[in-house]
Design a protein around this ligand. Structure first.
Ligand code: M6R
Length: 366
């Protein structure tokens, strides 16, 4: 049942070329520059006129929501707020019939996310669900939605569900942009052509595995770890940290790289590995100066870089190369080596990777 892999988590990491492809299937038409989302097509008018989107989710799904915020604001130009479902439901939030709430959940059964939906529904908002489990409670509570089609995820640590959620949100961002006319057809052709190749690039990224395993061996005895990224790589940093915490029990934190100097920099010494997402995108130069700040304090740097990068290579202790892509798609690739890193560290530490202590696959109590 594990398909020859030692753990479900590893199997599910390796399934990502397929799961992302399944999420895209029948939804993008690169040559025509068209996105089709059958599950929300009755809400096209709503999407044309919506002036605020609120994303609610928990855990990894919340991280996917943060990536979604960058994408939707960038391409569809609609303001987005991303909320922890557990906070949203208890703080008397301001919601009206004009709002669109997008609830993200792998299981479709998370109690806090369900309660957030119910509250938003009472106030008249339109609810979209982005879920993996077909027919689960959240899709049933939602007015419309998009299934991620990642297939069953058994490992408690979310891997393929996360990349499928990010894929669905990418589709959503382009779909809304297409409806609102905030993106040109030629740009859409360009982006969708690239998006169509992402499964192949994920396959390529998985080839970093052996190298990542070597890096894992160097850092397996760490007690702390920082993950830093900027822009849409900030949520990737959060996700990298969560993966490491939950399966290896190493204390890890994710931050926007620039926030480091507002506190976490005090933690940096020779015993602190810092994982940077330092791909060649708009914040590349800025991230480089953050890497220098860590180096100057003796911290060990592991950097996810774009293929062929030489600048970061000269500064970092270890680099992990991923294929070059547009900024929009970096999270889909940069996440992969971070999943592998936590996986190998957890295995080396003798942890139960598929069923970490104290955790359940779906949190059906608040
Ligand atoms: O099923 P959901 O996506 O609603 O679950 C949300 C979180 O409980 C979940 O993502 C959790 O954080 C995972 N263990 C992360 O790997």
């Amino acid at each position: 049942e594990k398909g020859g892999y030692d753990h479900f988590m590893l199997k599910e990491i390796y399934e990502q070329p397929r799961s992302v492809r399944d999420c895209l299937r029948g939804r993008i038409y690169p040559q025509q520059g068209k996105v089709q989302l059958g599950g929300v097509k009755e809400y096209v008018e709503k999407l044309k006129n919506v002036d605020r989107i609120i994303i609610v989710a928990c855990g990894t799904s919340w991280h996917a929501g943060l990536v979604g915020e960058y994408l939707i604001e960038e391409y569809a130009r609609v303001p987005v707020e991303v909320e922890y479902a557990s906070e949203f439901r208890y703080r008397n939030p301001i919601i009206t019939e004009k709002d669109l709430v997008i609830a993200i959940s792998q299981s479709g059964e998370t109690a806090d996310t369900m309660a957030a939906i119910e509250l938003a529904k009472e106030k008249g908002a339109t609810i979209f669900g982005i879920c993996n489990v077909v027919g689960a409670s959240i899709p049933r509570l939602s007015h419309a939605g998009v299934y991620t089609h990642a297939g069953p995820e058994i490992g408690v640590a979310s891997t393929k569900a996360f990349t499928a959620q990010v894929t669905a949100l990418t589709l959503m961002a382009f779909y809304i942009a297409q409806q609102r006319g905030t993106i040109t057809e030629s740009k859409l052709i360009e982006y969708l052509t690239e998006l169509n190749e992402i499964p192949t690039l994920i396959e390529k990224t998985l080839k970093t595995n052996d190298h990542v395993q070597i890096i894992a061996d160097k850092f397996k005895d760490s007690t702390n770890c920082l993950f830093l990224g900027r822009g849409s790589s900030f949520p990737v940093a959060l996700e990298g940290a969560l993966k490491l915490k939950e399966i290896s029990y190493i204390h890890a934190e994710g931050y926007p790289a620039a926030e480091m100097k507002h506190g976490p920099i005090a933690l940096i010494d020779e015993d602190m590995p810092v994982v940077f997402i330092a791909t060649k995108n708009s914040s590349y130069e800025k991230v480089i100066s953050n890497i220098q700040e860590v180096r100057a304090r003796g911290g060990h740097v592991i950097a996810i870089v774009s293929e062929g990068d030489t600048v970061v290579r000269d500064m970092a202790d270890y680099v992990i190369e991923i294929p070059q892509t547009s900024e929009a798609f970096v999270p889909l690739l940069a996440t992969i080596p971070l999943q592998l890193l936590s996986y190998h560290i957890a295995v080396m530490r003798g942890c139960n990777v598929d069923q970490p202590r104290n955790l359940a696959k779906s949190v059906t109590v608040e």
